[in-house]
Design a protein around this ligand. Structure first.
Ligand code: SF4
Ligand code: SF4
Length: 133
């Protein structure tokens, strides 16, 4: 007959390797998240979609502290994949018709600027973080 202490020890002996594996998995995911451009752009697209649809207050606040202007470089139309609405001449064929909300407010914050830089380009916008504190 096992005592409670013995059962707990047995249980923790079983769970310890699982915790180790879980730790390795988390470390691997964090490393991939840090290194992978693909993941960065996936997360960026989802983040912008969610912000535009569910955090309009944050988006509007960010627009008030955004400085600079669009250089029309088209990098934000080529994050993760080339947008099918982009013409050969580098124009947006959805402009003024059905351009997605996330496009209208890009870049929303420094993370979007960083995404452009990840592609080796510089967005014409910037955020004055000192004045937004
Ligand atoms: S990355 Fe910035 S500068 Fe380039 S097109 Fe997009 S908003 Fe304009
Ligand atoms: S819809 Fe227009 S602005 Fe938005 S990514 Fe496509 S081409 Fe660029």
């Amino acid at each position: 007959m096992y005592t409670l202490n013995q059962r707990v020890r047995q249980w923790s002996d079983h769970i310890a390797p699982l915790m180790d594996n879980f730790h390795h998995l988390v470390v691997a995911i964090v490393k991939i998240r840090h290194d992978s451009r693909f993941l960065h752009h996936c997360i960026g697209k989802v983040r912008r979609f969610l912000l535009v649809h569910f955090r309009q207050d944050y988006v509007q606040q960010q627009l008030t502290v955004r400085a600079g202007s669009c250089r029309q470089c088209g990098t934000c139309c080529n994050l993760l994949f080339t947008c099918p609405m982009l013409t050969k001449g580098g124009r947006c064929s959805a402009y003024g018709i059905c351009r997605p909300g996330a496009c209208k407010v890009f870049p929303i914050d420094e993370r979007d600027i960083a995404e452009v830089e990840l592609c080796g380009h510089h967005c014409g916008y910037n955020f004055d973080t000192k004045s937004s504190d």
